[in-house]
Design a protein around this ligand. Structure first.
Ligand SMILES: *[C@@H]1O[C@H](CO)[C@@H](O)[C@H](O)[C@H]1NC(C)=O
Ligand SMILES: *[C@@H]1O[C@H](CO)[C@@H](O)[C@H](O)[C@H]1NC(C)=O
Ligand SMILES: *[C@@H]1O[C@H](CO)[C@@H](O)[C@H](O)[C@H]1NC(C)=O
Length: 278
């Protein structure tokens, strides 16, 4: 966690977009189909076009059969024609005292996408191994060694796994707004993850809102208690419940109607599954 804090402070310029809140990137429009925001084109068709482009490149670009450095074959499907994402700058960041070799040199869209894919798969598999631990079950203990059973959240729960994949992709390729700045994670994405994965409501950690922080400064924040993606932005809607572009991803159908009641303070459970990404 110390490394994260250092990174957070080393990128305080407000220009351009940022990935996971700290890694400077660049807004990419190259894979949005020409039908982007054209309301006469059916959603399904636009989506299909976009998917092919994320997978297969476009306009003679270097993404070919998923192998070019601009291919986003894992996360592309969650971004589709929905928004222009913030992607890594291929240029390296200059070396400094903390990073004598510089940073992110090799992180192009493809390597980042692959990394997210591998991490996501690994973490899901790890969670399933913990949830289906026969030894622990026989001993009658849960993952923390307490009496009981480890709750199965990811095991045989495709919706939970999918919610987690989306979380990972959206946090790592956030939405760019019209000023080419990245937008914070929508609260609905966080709520959706906790709900879909069957976390009890008092364990949800989606209450840390940007909007709250403005009004309650100075706000003592212990970064080790933050859920990755926090502080979140509350979703906003226009006419006919159309999501306004205020957060990542701001797409129709990604919202959750659930209310959150309590501010969560306990961290006594394995949230490392997501914290690890920071
Ligand atoms: C929107 O799409 C339609 C049908 O493909 C096309 O005729 C029209 O020119 C497009 N409008 C814009 C503003 O691109
Ligand atoms: C990707 O491109 C290759 C060769 O251009 C083509 O054969 C393949 O069908 C394309 N795949 C998709 C998903 O568009
Ligand atoms: C399974 O549970 C046992 C007993 O609590 C523990 O020693 C072991 O590390 C666990 N394995 C996994 C994969 O979590």
């Amino acid at each position: 966690m110390i490394a994260i804090a250092l990174l957070l402070f080393s990128f305080t310029n407000a220009f351009a977009c940022k990935i996971s809140g700290y890694e400077s990137g660049t807004c990419s429009y190259r894979y949005l189909p020409t039908t982007y925001k054209n309301s006469t084109v059916k959603e399904r068709q636009a989506r299909k076009l976009a998917l092919a482009q994320w997978k297969n490149g476009t306009k003679g670009g270097p993404c070919e059969d998923g192998e070019g450095e601009h291919c986003m074959s894992f996360c592309g499907k969650y971004i589709a024609n929905y928004y222009p994402p913030c992607v890594p700058n291929v240029e390296s960041i200059e070396a400094d005292r903390n990073f004598p070799d510089g940073r992110w040199k090799s992180f192009n869209v493809k390597t980042k996408d692959r990394w997210i894919e591998q991490e996501t798969i690994r973490i899901i598999e790890e969670r399933i191994a913990i949830e289906t631990n026969k030894t622990a079950r026989k001993l009658g203990i849960d993952e923390f060694g307490n009496k009981g059973k480890t709750k199965r959240r990811f095991h045989k729960n495709r919706a939970c796994q999918e919610a987690y994949r989306k979380y990972m992709c959206w946090i790592n390729f956030p939405r760019c707004d019209e000023d080419e700045e990245s937008l914070p994670m929508c609260q609905s994405v966080c709520l959706n993850f906790f709900r879909t994965c069957g976390y009890e409501e008092d364990l949800w950690m989606c209450d840390d809102l940007i909007d709250n922080q403005v009004s309650s400064e100075p706000h003592e924040r212990d970064p080790s208690y933050d859920f990755v993606g926090a502080p979140f932005k509350k979703n906003e809607y226009g006419r006919r419940k159309k999501p306004l572009e205020v957060c990542t991803p701001s797409i129709k159908g990604s919202a959750s109607n659930f209310q959150i009641s309590k501010l969560v303070t306990s961290l006594g459970f394995a949230l490392s599954i997501i914290l690890i990404i920071a």
